[in-house]
Write a new protein. Structure first.
Lengths: 199, 691
């Protein structure tokens, strides 16, 4: 390949990269709108507790705070991981992403434990409209975390196998965007669902 | 154990009523015919490699057209059944449909026409034309495009699945209003089919829309700034932006309804603190913009058609663009006018009423822009232009009745009446369908390499316009007389029957019009050598899609054009075309992944409809694995070397020259009489009679 052709090729690659990033931002917006619906639904049904408990009765603020902190830290670790990956330091990048993975798992565990606690008290998503909205909103976030974890795990395996080539960097960038996005959504959940319950 | 494996399926799910048996038979007949033809002509490989797995937006566009046309006929049969029932079922006569069956028909008619016909045809046009208009070789993400298309096909399969299994569709109206669509009032599987057909195709639409927003904003030819984009591309951009904004709402709402039905949550139920009106709000927040998602590309088509056939650049281009943006923004804030009767109070109702009336302003700006373009233009009354004139007549009627309905006190009277039905059919048939037909006639040379028959096309336009008015004017009158929509029988003392019979006659005229359209296409294929588009520019067009040969080569543009004005091709023609310098072209490879994922998506829906628990689980794992394999396959492109591009371009030119020499091109377009004569001769020949 001549020098000129190589330049055309990189240009082509970069344009494709740019489009993918933009498209992913648009996708994140659509996902955010889905959450917007769930938030709106939660706001409407928050007081429809019927005979069931209200948020104040069943929420465990310590647990929610712990979850928030874990997720915030994981956003930090994924950021550091990205820096290391861009520098091409594969081993360190993998360590930071591994740490993110563990923190994500921990967050998931906390959410599941919280659900378990509520269900253990004898309430479930059919108890009242309020609990339906709560379980679906927090559960949808949890499902996103699960898909993020699967994605992260798979990418880590491929990074181990293929190294940090430019395709991997692109995929990691998208993943870190997704992860920060989930963090932001969680901050809203923390404020709207947990903090508001104790106002 | 049996329940685990096949859920609620049992012998009674098999077709046993006359309509489901007929549906099943025709379904299998079509499948058998297709399989037979493909095997006989040995075309299986060709079908799979060249079409089904293709990521070429042009081929995907044509596939959208084919499936959409099938569904148009499917939805059309529904409406004929309704017309006949309403003309019959007065007084002592009960008509020939049961109440339940009638309700299922109007629900299916609405769903099919909006989701599986209008959306498909609009996506078909956008897929084919937008890349050509902006000077792009493919889409931002070719994979998302094929995935979107195949998810749409999975939705089509799901909406027709009830013929084969279950025999029951939703009887809830096309938006399945709560709480009627809840488990309590609709315990059967009809609503589940409804949910999953819309869910799957809706997700496909979201993905497709993301892709087009990316494509239009990021892949325009050098020099084409936003305000130099052709207006069809502008309409598509507005439409796709709206789709990206509202389709997630549909997805979320359908999931909530699904949870209500499947997991016993209380979002939209009457008990447990649920709020049915929240469903109505959410679904219309998507539903109203949806209408404009269909309408805006159509507006764009008309801008192109009017400009080309008046031989003038579009007048007030910037106002036209602003008008489309205005429509798309305002359309987001009017959803409540669908249920003024909810009781939100005078303030809320008037706010939404005023917002609705405001939409008339940007829409009028568009209409004036077209009229100003025609003014002093050299008009050619070709078929697309006639569709435009039909649009002005029909759509204006719909618009005016819409402004009337936007007044809350009037709406209280006319809410859910046939007046409303007539109103939205005026807007959707006039605005969307006529736009699609105009676009189809206008761009057909680009799709096929020859233009459509003008004479039979003209008859089709007039039959459609006459049929429309005969069919829908009685509905306006009936609505004012108090006839509500979704009525399967009525008392003879109402005096409505004559009007319903006139409406049926109008419906039959529309059937004739559709038959004429089919005849137009067949006649054009018979005369295709004569109608051949040699230059790639049959209408003396102004935009980039006309600068390349018809049909467009797989890479669209051998050389990416440089744009410096709003009518780049018109300028090129003025300046004369130089000999191009070819470069290597990168093209995406075909992929079957979209098909696999859609099959899994269909199985997820199917599993949930019939409560076969393992099926969705397995299918979701299937999707994840397919996606992983797909994303980590980095070899997704191939390169056409410059020398090959040059050869292909030369070959294309040669091919046209040989055809030119071999045929006389000076006969007229075939008329209807000649078409019928040929058809009869052929049919007689088939049974062995010689004339």
């Amino acid at each position: 390949m001549t020098h000129a052709e190589l330049a055309v090729d990189t240009e082509h690659e970069e344009a494709a990269n740019d489009r993918t990033m933009f498209g992913f931002w648009v996708y994140l917006m659509t996902d955010l709108l889905m959450f917007a619906v769930l938030f709106a639904v939660y706001a409407v049904l928050k007081n429809s507790t019927v005979d069931g408990p209200s948020g104040r009765d069943i929420f465990n603020p310590t647990l929610a705070l712990a979850g928030t902190l874990v997720l915030l830290v994981s956003s930090f670790t994924v950021g550091i991981g990205m820096i290391k990956a861009r520098l091409g330091i594969k081993k360190q990048a993998l360590i930071w992403f591994g740490l993110t993975f563990i923190l994500g798992l921990a967050f998931l565990g906390i959410t599941m434990y919280e659900f378990y606690e509520i269900i253990h008290k004898g309430y479930n998503l059919g108890t009242s409209a309020f609990l339906s909205a709560f379980f679906i909103l927090v559960g949808t976030h949890g499902l996103h975390i699960i898909s993020g974890l699967i994605w992260l795990g798979v990418i880590m395996v491929y990074v181990m196998k293929r190294g940090l080539n430019k395709h991997m960097i692109r995929k990691l960038t998208l993943l870190s965007l997704f992860w920060h996005f989930l963090d932001i959504v969680w901050i809203f959940i923390f404020s709207v669902v947990y903090l508001m319950a104790f106002v | 154990m049996r329940e685990f494996f096949i859920g609620k399926l049992d012998g009674s799910s098999l077709p046993h009523e006359y309509h489901t048996i007929l549906g099943t038979i025709s379904f299998f007949a079509m499948i058998l015919a297709a399989v037979g033809i493909l095997t006989y002509t040995k075309r299986w490989k060709w079908l799979w490699n060249d079409w089904l797995t293709s990521v070429d937006p042009k081929k995907i566009g044509i596939m959208y057209f084919i499936v959409g046309a099938f569904m148009l006929i499917r939805g059309g049969i529904d409406v004929i059944m309704m017309w006949v029932q309403q003309a019959m079922a007065s007084g002592t006569s009960d008509g020939y449909l049961s109440a339940q069956h009638y309700q299922e028909i109007f629900t299916a008619h609405g769903n099919i026409m909006v989701f599986f016909v209008a959306m498909a045809l609009i996506f078909g046009l956008i897929n084919y034309i937008v890349p050509l208009q902006i000077g792009a070789r493919d889409l931002a993400s070719p994979f998302l495009n094929t995935l979107g298309f195949w998810l749409y096909v999975a939705g089509v399969a799901m909406v027709n699945m009830f013929f084969l299994l279950g025999g029951e569709y939703a009887a809830t109206g096309w938006l399945a209003v709560a709480p009627l669509s809840g488990k309590e009032f609709s315990p059967g599987i009809g609503v589940d089919y409804w949910i999953w057909s819309l869910q799957i195709s809706g997700i496909g639409t979201t993905l497709g829309a993301i892709n087009f927003v990316m494509t239009i904003l990021k892949m325009r030819a050098p020099g084409m700034s936003l305000l130099k984009m052709p207006l069809f591309t502008w309409g598509s951009l507005c439409s796709m932006m709206m789709a990206v904004t509202v389709f997630p709402l549909l997805t979320a709402t359908l999931f909530l309804l699904f949870f209500d039905r499947y997991f016993g949550t209380h979002f939209f139920t009457t008990d447990g603190g649920g709020n049915p009106m929240m469903y109505t709000n959410l679904i219309w927040m998507w539903g109203h913009p949806e209408v404009y998602i269909l309408m805006l590309p159509s507006f764009g088509v008309f801008s192109e058609v009017v400009s080309t056939f008046s031989r003038r650049p579009i007048a007030f281009y910037k106002s036209n663009v602003l008008g489309m943006i205005g429509v798309s923004v305002l359309a987001m804030f009017v959803w409540l006018h669908h249920f003024f009767t909810m009781g939100a109070g005078a303030e809320v109702n008037s706010a939404f009423g005023v917002a609705t009336m405001l939409i008339a302003i940007p829409t009028s700006v568009l209409v004036f822009s077209w009229i100003a373009t025609i003014y002093k233009g050299k008009i050619r009354f070709t078929t697309p232009m006639l569709w435009f004139l039909g649009f002005i007549a029909v759509f204006t009627l719909g618009g005016i009745s819409g402004v009337l309905l936007a007044i809350p006190p009037v709406d209280f009277q006319l809410h859910n009446s046939l007046f409303l039905v007539a109103h939205f059919h005026s807007t959707v048939i006039g605005g969307v369908l006529f736009g699609i037909f105009a676009g189809f006639n206008y761009w057909f040379p680009k799709f096929a390499g020859f233009r459509l028959n003008e004479r039979i096309g003209r008859y089709a336009v007039f039959a459609w316009i006459i049929g429309f008015f005969v069919a829908f004017m009685p509905l306006y009158i009936l609505g004012l007389m108090g006839a509500t929509r979704r009525l399967e029988r009525y008392d003879s003392s109402t005096g409505w029957q004559p009007f319903f019979i006139i409406a049926l006659i109008g419906g039959l005229i529309i059937c004739v019009a559709v038959a004429l359209q089919v005849a137009q296409i067949i006649a054009s294929f018979m005369q295709k050598r004569r109608l051949l588009d040699v230059t790639g520019d049959p209408w003396d067009g102004r935009t980039l899609e006309w600068s390349i040969p018809s049909p467009a080569p797989s890479y669209n543009f051998a050389v990416i054009p440089k744009v410096s004005s709003r009518d780049p091709f018109f300028d090129m023609k003025e300046a004369g075309i130089k000999k191009p310098i070819y470069k290597d072209i990168h093209m995406p490879k075909s992929t079957g992944v979209g098909i696999y994922i859609s099959i899994f998506a269909f199985l997820i829906g199917f599993g949930f409809v019939w409560e076969i628990v393992w099926l969705p689980v397995v299918s979701i794992i299937g999707i994840i694995i397919t996606l992983i394999i797909k994303t980590f396959n980095e070899d997704s492109e191939y390169t056409i070397p410059a020398a090959v591009v040059e050869k292909m371009e030369e070959y294309e030119a040669d091919k046209i020259n040989t055809i030119l020499k071999s045929d006389d091109r000076y006969k007229e377009d075939m008329g209807l009489k000649e078409f019928i004569r040929i058809l009869i001769t052929w049919a007689l020949g088939l049974v062995g009679i010689k004339r």
